[in-house]
Structure formats: C-alpha cells, structure tokens
Design a protein around this ligand. Sequence first.
Ligand SMILES: Nc1ncnc2c1ncn2[C@@H]1O[C@H](COP(=O)(O)OP(=O)(O)O)[C@@H](O)[C@H]1O
Ligand SMILES: [Mg+2]
Length: 269
Amino acid sequence: MKATAEYDITGAPSRAPVYELTNVSKTYARNDVVALQDVSLTLKKGSFTAVIGSSGCGKSTLLKIMAGLIPPSKGRVILQNKAVTGPRRDIGMMFQQATLFPWKTAVENIVLPIEIRDGKAAAKLAMAKAHELLDVVGLKGFESVYPNELSGGMAQRTSICRMLITEPAVLLLDEPFSALDELSRDMMNMELQRICADQGATAFLVTHSIQEAVILSDEVVVMKPRPGRIAEVVEVDLVRPRTLDMMTTPKFGEIVDYIRGQLDKGEEM
Ligand SMILES: Nc1ncnc2c1ncn2[C@@H]1O[C@H](COP(=O)(O)OP(=O)(O)O)[C@@H](O)[C@H]1O
Ligand SMILES: [Mg+2]
C-alpha cells in the first residue's frame, strides 16, 4: 500500500479502477451449490466498498475468489491490470479471528508474512516498520507482548498491522471485527477508515451489519441468495471523514432503511 493515492480536485479518491470482476460465477463441484452467479464489480482506487447479504449468499466465496484463494468456475478477476490466478503480494486479508501465533510476540507475528516471503533477515529489517505500525494502531509498548495477554480488540489491531506490513494495494476484510463488542467495533471501524485514508488503500469489507457497511463505505453491494448475485450497488454519499455521530443523522438512517428493504426483498425471492 502506497501513500501515493491520486486525488481529484475535490479531494475525493481518483476513479481509476483497481479491481475488475467480470461475470464471476462459482459452483462448488462437491455439492453442486451455485454460490455465485454472474457477479460483475469494479472497485475504484482508494474506495471503500462493503458487501452485505444474508448468511450463505456467497460473500466469503466472493472474497476468496478476489484473493486468489479459490478459482472462479467462470468469469474474470483483474487486479491492477493483471489476472488474479493465486495469492498475491498486493492483496492483504483479514478474517474474523486474529489467528496470531501464541508462541510469537506481537511484533514477531506482524513480520511473519515478510519472514515467510523473504526469510529471517528481511523479517529482522521489517521490525522497525512493525513498531511503527503498532504505534499507528495505538499499541505502542505492546511490541513484546504475547497474544494471550492481548484483548480481542488488541489482537485484531495486531492483525491489522500484520496485514499492512507487506503494503498491499487492496484490503480484503471478511467480518474482521464481528467478534468484538459493539463499542470496540465502532472504534476499530473508525481506525480502519483512518488507516485506509492514510495509506490510500482500496478496501472491500464483508459484513452482516448494515450500519457498519454504511458508515464506512462509498458503495454498498447488496447481495441476494440462491444463487448469490448482486441485487444492487448503493452509493453512500455521506461526507468524509465519517464520524460515529453521523449514525444518528436522518440521511444515514434513510440509507440504512433503504438497504434493509433491498435485503428483505432478496430474502423473499
Ligand atoms: N468449500 C465449499 N464447498 C461446498 N460448498 C460451499 C463451500 N463453501 C461455501 N459453500 C456453499 O456456498 C454458499 C455460499 O457460502 P459462503 O460464500 O460461505 O456464504 P457467506 O459468506 O455469504 O455466508 C453456501 O451455500 C455454502 O454452503
Ligand atoms: Mg462468510
């Protein structure tokens, strides 16, 4: 992730496409489940997109295909002008569980992707950056702490650092804060927004929470199930930076209600 995102004259992220999905479908051979059907989607550089839909409508499948972890049955996934055919350096991922190694300290966990990729010497060089990142997420002083001494929120902050250490251009997030209490979750979301803006990252978030989707996103992709398809892409034209008190404004409420209506419609089909 580079701090070189281009901005247009209004200060909004430039509109160059980063990710381009064209007619992506996925049928799991094992059970013949059509998890995704004809999903086409463009993510623009520096944008924040959330995808929302009921359980089983294919959100995680979509994310895994975008990450190159599983292949689509049909369709194309292009990231930064190159087809995604497997895991890539320019993709950062984060899941619901922090999955830190208990026998490694916070910084050791953070530099692990570098160690796996480039070896121990490179990991040692990356330590300074790991310290900086811990500072960014408010964990200065916790460098040598082991995961069992971290709260859930602190562990997720550490895994944010681990995702950022390789400077990915895009962040793929599968319900990263859903295991946290509501207060911590709100705070982590604001932090995520700040980090994405600072680093010029393009973010794609899977969430169950309409509120979370709306407060963070430029666009919310609403999915409908069986087979998983895009029902609608809803634009969120709230000003940035977003603040938690925006969640009490009528405009926020209107967008949330609209998306809830679209989700209910999807369920009836
Ligand atoms: N590895 C798999 N093998 C077979 N079926 C799967 C697999 N993963 C997911 N599915 C099925 O595909 C559908 C979409 O799943 P998933 O992408 O996990 O949905 P979501 O993340 O929206 O809950 C579900 O019906 C699920 O049972
Ligand atoms: Mg899922």
